[in-house]
Design a protein around this ligand. Structure first.
Ligand code: HEM
Length: 190
């Protein structure tokens, strides 16, 4: 029986390592919680099921922000030895798509935090105060944060949907082991 080498901590040119995978899947799960909640709120209004998600939205978003920052920092620290996006127009589109995903993933919580900072309500997501109330509120921060958080939030969902469709194409049509770089070992060559 041949032994399979352990998954590395850092990324390599064949696979994403343990740290990237942990960050990728925990961020994915928390983002799914955010979108399911906001979707339920749109569909059901003030329904108790929607309230479970909406009631934790600020807390989950506050946890997501440092995780996303860590994800970016880790990607930067691993630059030069991560799986390649491939050659040609498709590779370029994948690189651009990932950059856009990262950018919007940062903008969405930052916009919410900007709005919270400028607000006259203050911000205490876990019961301790992160931002004191602004009296009077800082209008431009609240307006900009409000507009950006809503629009960019749904744009993020569209980008994630595109990301999932592309992984589906890689798996179903091209069968090139793309998913295994983030979720498996064998087909990624480990
Ligand atoms: C990456 C993390 C986050 C995602 C993906 C996200 C996503 C969303 C989405 C899609 C909406 C609905 C927008 C609309 O229809 O106008 C929303 C609303 C909202 N978000 Fe976030 N959000 C995140 C983080 C945060 C954070 C950190 C806070 C607090 C500082 C926050 C506070 C709010 C509030 C107060 C609303 C309005 C909720 C309501 O209408 O009841 N969000 N968010």
């Amino acid at each position: 029986m041949t032994s399979t080498p352990n998954l590395p901590l850092r990324d390599t040119d064949r696979v994403y390592g343990k740290v990237t995978r942990l960050l990728h899947w925990s961020i994915a799960a928390l983002l799914a919680w955010q979108f399911v909640g906001m979707g339920l709120k749109l569909a059901l209004g003030r329904h108790p099921v929607a309230a479970v998600f909406v009631g934790s939205h600020q807390k989950v978003g506050t946890v997501l922000f440092p995780l996303i920052a860590l994800r970016l920092a880790w990607a930067f620290a691993n630059r030069g030895h991560r799986p390649d996006h491939g050659a040609g127009a498709l590779g370029l589109a994948a690189r651009f798509g990932h950059l856009l995903l990262y950018a919007v993933m940062v903008i969405v919580p930052v916009a919410a935090l900007l709005r919270a900072y400028g607000s006259e309500r203050g911000f205490a997501p876990f019961g301790f105060q992160v931002f004191a109330p602004q009296l009077p509120e800082i209008g431009w921060m609240v307006r900009a944060g409000d507009a950006l958080h809503g629009e960019m939030g749904w744009l993020l969902l569209a980008l994630i949907a595109g990301h999932i469709v592309m992984v589906g194409l890689h798996e179903g049509m091209w069968r090139d082991g793309t998913l295994a770089r983030m979720a498996g070992r064998r087909r990624a060559g480990l």
